[in-house]
Design a protein around this ligand. Structure first.
Ligand code: ASP
Length: 305
């Protein structure tokens, strides 16, 4: 098993499938128990090191570690020495001195988890770094697709919207390609990254043309906080061309599902009617996130004493 999970590219097909299978076992083990806790990581310490806001991911990692009986330390940059200017390296050495077996890190700078991995002895899990990667999100998305549609190989997955700023999109493209799905990125030209031609994915500017063949449509949040200029004329114009509403949803095949990593801008990239429809897997994605993160923690830490 790998030591760190920094990128979805760290996972080959066999390892990724093993993580998904383990997550399914975790799910089954938990649903059969009255007390939702397994003793697997008793005595291990997991540190959640969050330099950027997060609701779902931080809570999900915390729940996953606690369900495996690990000790959990939550460290957020606000209210810590980080706000006094302590460097990532000094923080890492402090965590090291406290005997962290795993550090779950979210950071606004792309590549921060990779640096951290050089400074600590424990496993580093990337919980989102800048616009770069979010590998456990890709794993929980793959898990959700497989649970709903029964397979990943051969699926047509459309990832729609603000690809430029999305670590979710990048990690999903890498993982889905590894697992044999075909990804089409749908966005206005201004929201596609330079060099997207080298990604293992097709690109399209036309959502309506892509929908009839999609098994999965994954809507991305428009990340206004990362936008330093105008990438589209207006919110209304964006929604009209790239938002998913009920009329557009009807263009999908009957079995197709709608995903969103959250947090949603309801009314912008997705209408409430779509978000709350039976095709939507948004709440399942959150629930599956805990099982997938349990599997990752177990597989990264399980073998070590
Ligand atoms: N929650 C996801 C992330 O942290 C997606 C988003 O913020 O739009 O990357």
């Amino acid at each position: 098993m790998i030591r760190h999970l920094l990128s979805a590219a760290d996972l080959d097909a066999a390892t990724a499938t093993f993580v998904l299978d383990t997550a399914r076992e975790m799910d089954a083990a938990m649903s059969n128990r009255e007390v939702k806790k397994l003793p697997t990581l008793r005595g291990r310490t997991v540190v959640n090191l969050f330099y950027e806001d997060s609701t779902r991911t931080r809570i999900s990692f915390e729940a996953a570690a606690k369900r495996l009986s690990a000790d959990v330390i939550n460290f957020s940059a606000k209210g810590s020495s980080v706000s006094k200017g302590e460097s990532l390296k000094d923080t890492a050495l402090t965590l090291q001195a406290m005997g962290a077996d795993a550090v779950v890190v979210r950071h606004p700078a792309s590549g921060a988890p990779h640096r951290l991995a050089h400074w600590v002895n424990g496993s580093v899990l990337n919980a989102g770094d800048g616009t770069h990667e979010h590998p456990t999100q890709a794993l929980l998305d793959a898990y959700t697709m497989r649970a709903r549609l029964g397979r990943l190989a051969g699926l047509n997955v459309a990832i729609v919207g603000d690809v430029l700023h999305s670590r979710v999109a990048r990690s999903n493209v890498l993982l889905l390609h590894t697992l044999g799905a075909k990804v089409t990125l749908v966005a206005p030209p201004t929201l596609l990254p330079v060099g997207v031609g080298a990604w293992p994915a097709e690109t399209s500017y036309h959502l309506d043309a892509v929908l009839p063949d999609a098994d999965v449509v994954m809507m991305l949040r428009v990340q206004r906080e990362r936008m330093d200029q105008a990438y589209f004329p207006s919110a209304r114009e964006y929604s009209r061309r790239y938002g998913l509403d009920a009329a557009r949803m009807r263009r999908l095949p009957d079995h197709a599902i709608v995903m969103h990593p959250g947090p949603m801008n309801r009314g912008m990239e997705i209408t409430p009617e779509v978000a709350d429809s039976p095709r939507s897997t948004i709440v399942e994605q959150v629930a599956n996130g805990v099982s997938v993160r349990m599997a990752v923690l177990y597989l990264l830490l399980g073998g070590k004493s």
